[in-house]
Structures are given as structure tokens and as C-alpha cells.
Design a protein around this ligand. Structure first.
Ligand code: HEC
Length: 286
């Protein structure tokens, strides 16, 4: 950790890549994906769903990752998520009753803009809402209560696994969705923390680079497709907001709360930028 901070500080002069002109989401998407196609011309598009393991120069990590995938450490958490999903509520209903198509092949549309509440909704929010509607206790206090957060991550991982291979396709056609998207975009490109780094500095400018031998950096393209994911370092399934918090802390910025609206909007932006990629969650990550 110390090493990466020193190295990043040394590289602190990297150019910002914030697009100069305001563009509509569809144009942003084209530019964003074109950036990575140009930077990594040998990487097939779908491979970007595999995070840093898709990138040239990080083959050693790819080999380790493939070995892990033979007996994925997240299997246990995923099976706990499946059990939660399948266990009937006290009223006899189950999670399938809350979702279109019984929850199958719908995760590619998350997060989404909800006209009724005028908010972006994540899968975690809908799963929690389903508990509430059915008189079951929700998962709360997600920042401090790791146990509750991990359970929610396991449940969400199972939810996403029901849509494995579906291609990311989110609808941001309504004005409210576009506004949320613009906020997420702004957050993505803004520098912050003592290191004064934006998401784009690490996951665009420095994507594919490896620091100090153990901090390879993924490309932003495909960022949301593997989450909830299990990191070797964490040894448990975690939500994407927990990953965001870690990335904020890494640049010595104060992280936002799990479920904060700004993280929902950031997730919306990142997910939209990964449009067309297949879902691979849950997955193993460094
Ligand atoms: C100081 C560099 C740095 C910055 C800045 C940074 N991250 Fe990260 N991020 C990492 C590292 C290291 C990892 C773990 C290796 C990887 O997958 O890139 C990571 C992983 C991730 C992942 C998981 C990728 C995957 O395939 O599993 C996501 C999502 C992510 N970051 C989002 C963000 C967002 C959003 C921001 C801006 C708020 C951000 N990061 C800023 C260093 C950074």
C-alpha cells in the first residue's frame, strides 16, 4: 500500500483525460470504449469483463486467476446467497416474487432509474426492499456491520449469477437518469484525495500498469460486470460500493457511505460505459 502511494505520487503529473466538451451519453460511450480499443487493440471486447486479467503484460496474474477459477473461493459465499434466495420468507413467499421473470436474466438492466421514487436503484436496494415488503429484516448498517454487508453481497452475487452472460444494457433515456448519469460522470473524472487522483487516472491512463509487483490496475471498461466479487485480500464476497470505498481511501480521500447516492450514480456511469459486455459476477479479483 505504501509502495503504491509513493509510486503514484511520483506519477502524480499524469495528464487528466476529462473530455473537454460536454457530450451526450451515447457519444461518451463511443469515446470511452474507443479509448480502450485503441489502448489495448489485441484484447477482444468481451475479455474486458475479466478485469485486469484481460490486459497484456499481466499474464502472470491471468495464470494465477485461471488456477483459482478451477475451485473458485467465492463458491461458498455464492452457495450461501443461493440458500438465502431459495429460503421462503415467513409469509411463504420468496425473493422470486419481487422480480420480473423470477429474477432471471434481468441483472444486466441494473442499476436503473425509478420514475416512482425519482432515484437510481441498485440490485442491493431491490433485494433489501423485497425483504422489507415481506416483513423480513433488511440488511442495514452496511458500513460498520461487515457481517450484514457480506450477506447482502452474497445474496446480490447469487442474483447476478442468475443473469450470467447477459450483456449490460441499461436505460438512461429519461431526464432523471441523464442527470444521475452526469453526476456519476463528474465524480469519475474529478481528482480527489491527498494524491489528487481521479478514477480515470488509475483506470484509464495507468490501466494495465503494475506497481511494486502486486498492484496491477484494471481498465475501467468492464468494471461493474464482475461485482459482487471476491478479492484474494478480502477472502469474502463484497459489494461494488465497498470497492469504491477502497479506491477512494487509496488516494487518501474520505470514502462515502455504502449506498450513498453518489456511489449509485457512479455505478450507473461505470455500468453504462460497460454497455454490451457480458456479466461475469461473481468473480475472483486481486
Ligand atoms: C490510486 C489508484 C486508483 C484510483 C484513483 C482508483 N482506483 Fe479503483 N482500483 C485500484 C486498484 C489497485 C484496484 C484493484 C486492481 C484492479 O482491479 O484494478 C482497483 C479496482 C477497482 C474496481 C474493480 C475492478 C474489477 O475488475 O474488479 C473498480 C470497479 C474500481 N476500482 C473503481 C474505481 C472508481 C470508480 C474510482 C474512482 C472513484 C477508482 N476506482 C479509483 C486503484 C485505483
Amino acid at each position: 500500500m505504501k509502495k503504491i502511494l509513493l509510486l503514484l505520487a511520483a506519477l502524480g503529473i499524469v495528464a487528466g483525460t476529462m473530455p473537454a466538451v460536454l457530450a451526450d451519453p451515447a457519444t461518451d460511450l463511443k469515446q470511452f470504449q474507443a479509448f480502450f480499443k485503441k489502448k489495448f487493440p489485441t484484447v477482444p471486447f468481451d475479455e474486458f469483463s475479466n478485469g485486469l486479467y484481460a490486459l497484456p503484460g499481466l499474464e502472470v496474474y491471468r495464470e494465477q486467476w485461471e488456477m483459482f477459477n478451477e475451485f473458485p473461493p467465492y463458491e461458498l459465499g455464492l452457495s450461501l446467497g443461493k440458500k438465502m434466495w431459495e429460503t421462503p420468507f415467513k409469509n411463504g413467499k420468496s425473493f422470486t416474487s419481487c422480480f420480473k421473470n423470477g429474477g432471471k436474466n434481468i441483472a444486466q438492466g441494473y442499476p436503473y432509474w425509478d420514475e416512482a421514487t425519482q432515484k437510481i436503484r441498485t440490485a442491493e436496494m431491490d433485494l433489501n426492499d423485497c425483504l422489507k415488503k415481506n416483513g423480513e429484516p433488511e440488511f442495514t448498517d452496511l458500513d460498520k456491520n461487515q457481517g450484514a454487508r457480506v450477506k447482502l453481497a452474497e445474496l446480490t452475487a447469487y442474483f447476478y449469477s442468475l443473469s450470467a452472460g447477459q450483456r449490460v444494457k441499461i436505460d438512461i433515456s429519461s431526464p432523471g437518469a441523464v442527470k444521475a448519469y452526469e453526476e456519476g460522470k463528474k465524480f469519475w473524472w474529478s481528482r480527489r484525495g491527498q494524491l489528487n487522483f481521479a478514477c480515470s487516472n488509475c483506470h484509464m491512463d495507468l490501466a494495465g500498469k503494475n506497481f511494486g509487483g502486486n498492484q496491477p490496475l484494471s481498465a475501467a471498461l468492464g468494471h461493474t460486470t464482475a461485482w459482487p466479487a471476491q478479492r484474494l485480500e478480502w477472502g469474502r464476497l463484497e459489494t461494488i460500493h465497498q470497492r469504491y470505498k477502497t479506491c477512494n481511501s487509496q488516494v487518501r480521500a474520505k470514502p462515502f457511505k455504502h449506498g450513498d447516492e453518489i456511489y449509485n450514480h457512479l455505478q450507473l456511469y461505470e455500468t453504462y460505459m460497460s454497455s454490451g459486455l457480458p456479466l461475469t459476477a461473481p468473480a475472483m479479483r486481486n
